[in-house]
Design a protein around this ligand. Sequence first.
Ligand code: USQ
Length: 380
Amino acid sequence: MKIVILGGDGYLGWATAMHLSARGHEVTVVDNYLRRRLSRELDREALIPVPNLNQRVEIWRALGGREIAVRIGDITDYGFLKSVVTAAAPDGIIHYAEQPSAPYSMIDQQHSALTVSNNLMATHNAVFAVRECAPACQIVKLGTMGEYGTPNIDIEEGYLTVEHKGRSHKFLYPKTPGSIYHLTKVQDSDLLYFAARVWDLAITDLNQGPVYGLETDEARDDRLAPLFSYDDVFGTVLNRFVVQAVANVPLTVYGKGGQTRGYLNIRDTLQCVELALKAPAKRGEFRVFNQFTETFSVNDLAEHVVRVAKNAGLRVEAKSIPNPRREAEDHYYNPANTGLIDLGLKPNLLTDEVIAGMIAYVQRHSSRIRTDLMQPRVKW
Ligand code: USQ
């Protein structure tokens, strides 16, 4: 397949590029380095310094990988995106090109505005570019489980059939996001659903939970490592806990720690995206999968990391601190996730070995850990 990856420089984008390239697909990565720029501006850079995209593609090729094409530019510039799609004539577009952090979007008006304008315009332009330049091309979009929030009923995959006064209708599942970032993903979903219904585009929305891990089969060299963040703005909870354990900083459990989410290993993100591409949505279909493999509370994760870290000889403890976020800390959570399993997903579960592997990897880079990036500074 010819695949364009929007946001090909990020934590997941680059790993996906190598994964698909290794399987013989013709990959083009597109990025404007927004994520790197935002990290630098907030002085919260990734754990492992990674070369720029052109350099990473060159290293990938030198290590025996296939050619990956690079286009540096901003997809909120519609002319640029159209030129990319026209030149690549893709069978599939994977859309990761968004400001991905909830805390970032909640810093203040300006950071919220950047999140809203970047994320919505990126998705808006993506559907228009496909409609105008490659209408048969499928779109695989990274959404988030955070679109649903934590409702007091089971979470279905994308839709809910509502019975009302003796009649019933299938709607997009009602959403209660907890940050402006998550809200932009809800709005993306509405836009994508519209594009499927009205323009017959073929779209899959992958509602993903927090991802953990830094190792994939293809990243055999540290220079090919993902953009791995552990700070309070861009780091996700399990990645942060592992780095905190290595740095001997008490694990930052926000509030009561009962917050439950659906998690997955970065290797499973790659599997899921590939499975979605291989069994595409039909024209006119807006297909939604909940992309996670296991649910855990924050306390479950903290206890697991503490136990494995102690076995590895580290001195570490978990400590509850005031929750910087407005979110439920004790709630019902029962989301469905059978769609991707039915397509063939073989989960890499969170075992002691996986956490021990992450600890060992981070230990090799421990001299770069900044302990001043552990306490949350964005509150809402
Ligand atoms: N949390 C802690 N301690 C920390 C960091 C986080 O207790 O040091 C808690 C948060 O309060 C929250 C949970 O852990 O209850 C998850 O937080 P997170 O920072 O790992 O994830 P979140 O902000 O929800 O966002 C991340 C990704 C986002 C993705 C989302 C999926 O940054 O791109 O969409 O995970 S989900 O969480 O299902 O919405």
